[in-house]
Design a protein. Structure first.
Length: 255
């Protein structure tokens, strides 16, 4: 594949992460598999790209006072530990099983996204939960599990962090996205370093995609701060569905 291919992938990743705060895994893994990389290399690339992309996205939300640093720090610390164990686990599992796990993950997230966009569980509808210290215990535990999953299937956990925050705390939807994206940065950093150490990270192509998505992600995230939550999650749901279908088709072709 030529450089333009990886630049286009970067544009799409920047749009997705800037719009929803979610990992670029939905685009990177299928795109890198199509380019001839193994699933594990695609996962490593996805994590590195998330590291770079989230820098500009977090900056946009942080400067708009839409990041809860305390919660993000708790999630980041726990998830980085989980990301290391997940990276090692991924080397001991055959690609086909990882791809099946990836397909299940995207299918569930499609349902959740559409439910938030059109149902009664929109993220902008808070439930008035009090913020209590004991809630940081399950927050830490869930974050460890998210980190483990992140390095196994290549998702840096943005949408999963967001879901946990919604479950435990009452927060503005844009603050949810900003906080989850900051936590995702540290999970992706930990996981990508692990994959780099294992020799499973094609740096040249991944950096081409990452630098492109860094720029695009900044401008899209500025626009996202002005959008309605239902529009954000409707777009995310469509992305999940398309990614699930493409991965299933790949599995059927390889059967």
């Amino acid at each position: 594949m030529n450089v333009l291919y990886f630049v286009v992938v970067g544009v799409l990743v920047g749009i997705l992460t800037g719009l929803t705060g979610s990992s670029g895994v939905l685009i990177v893994v299928p795109a890198y598999l199509y380019a001839g990389f193994t699933f594990k290399q695609a996962v490593g690339s996805s994590l590195l790209i998330d590291v770079v992309t989230t820098i500009s996205v977090v900056y946009s939300f942080f400067t708009s006072h839409k990041v809860d640093v305390r919660k993000a720090s708790v999630m980041a610390l726990s998830s980085t530990v989980g990301a290391q164990t997940g990276a090692v686990l991924s080397t001991r599992v055959q690609d086909v099983y990882l791809e099946l796990a990836f397909t299940v993950f995207t299918s569930v997230m499609a349902y959740v996204s559409f439910r938030r966009a059109f149902g009664k569980s929109n993220l902008h509808e808070t439930r008035g939960r009090d913020e209590k210290r004991w809630k940081y215990v399950p927050l830490s535990l869930f974050s460890f599990l998210i980190g483990n999953v992140a390095s196994t299937i290549g998702a840096s956990g943005g949408i999963m962090f967001l879901s946990v925050l919604m479950l435990l705390f009452s927060m503005d939807v844009k603050e949810l996205i900003g906080t989850a994206t900051l936590a995702m940065f540290f999970t992706a950093l930990s996981g990508s370093l692990a994959f780099l150490g294992l020799g499973l990270l094609p740096l040249g192509d991944a950096l081409t995609t990452a630098l492109t998505s860094l720029v695009v992600g900044y401008f899209v995230s500025r626009m996202t701060l002005k959008l309605r939550p239902s529009l954000i999650y409707g777009a995310l749901g469509v992305t999940f569905v398309l990614t699930t279908v493409s991965t299933v088709l790949r599995l059927l072709q390889g059967a």
